[in-house]
Design a protein around this ligand. Structure first.
Ligand code: NAP
Length: 171
């Protein structure tokens, strides 16, 4: 059985890794959708699809998990988004998501929709990790070590800090 798991992975953290490990025990292959692939260089979506792809593939190299990582573009047309996903991915029967809109759109198309169990949500949250990156708190222990290396390679922390600087008209 092949299943689809969609997220933005901004950044890919240890909670995401635990979800993938758990799902991999239930299915033969996982399609990891890199959601909002067109977004990057903002405080909520700082990393590009390629950078997120590196975070995922370099981490999952260490595990015996059958997966495909596929960038998924947003379209401002919810009624056709499932068709857009289908045009980009291998076929699948089951989707894992905690997002109510995604659940609704795939249920209406008769997919089996499951909600993955979240792992230590208090610490492992993309929003909280991005905030720590910005304010200088320790964040490295919350992501796999390969993700730390990717963020260092792309100078990601300085990118986030530069993005947070005020523009002239805000000063
Ligand atoms: P998301 O917008 O990336 O995440 C929303 C929140 O849910 C985040 O706080 C996220 O935490 C959290 N979360 C992640 N995995 C979860 C889970 N298994 N259960 C409960 N909460 C979870 O949403 P997403 O569901 O992960 O990704 C949906 C993607 O589909 C987005 O890229 C969205 O734009 C796209 N989409 C597009 C369309 C369209 O284009 N028309 C329609 C629907 C959805 P973390 O930050 O820690 O991951």
């Amino acid at each position: 059985m092949r299943a689809f798991l969609i997220g933005r992975w901004q950044p890919f953290h240890k909670g995401h890794l635990e979800i993938i490990k758990k799902i991999s025990a239930e299915v033969d292959e996982i399609i990891v959708g890199i959601g909002s692939c067109q977004k990057s260089h903002t405080l909520t979506d700082p990393f590009t699809a390629g950078e997120r792809m590196m975070m995922i593939t370099k981490t999952l190299e260490n595990y015996d998990i059958n997966y495909y990582a596929i960038p998924i573009i947003d379209i401002d047309y919810n009624a056709v988004w499932v068709s857009s996903v289908e045009s980009l991915t291998p076929p699948f029967t089951t989707i894992y998501t905690g997002n109510s809109l995604v659940r609704e759109l795939f249920s209406e198309r008769n997919y089996v929709v499951k909600k993955p169990e979240l792992y230590n949500r208090t610490d492992y949250s993309g929003t909280k990790i991005r905030k720590k990156m910005l304010d200088g708190s320790a964040w490295e222990h919350l992501v796999p070590e390969e993700v730390v290396k990717v963020i260092e390679e792309i100078d990601g922390i300085n990118r986030i800090r530069r993005l947070s600087e005020k523009d002239y008209d805000e000063e």
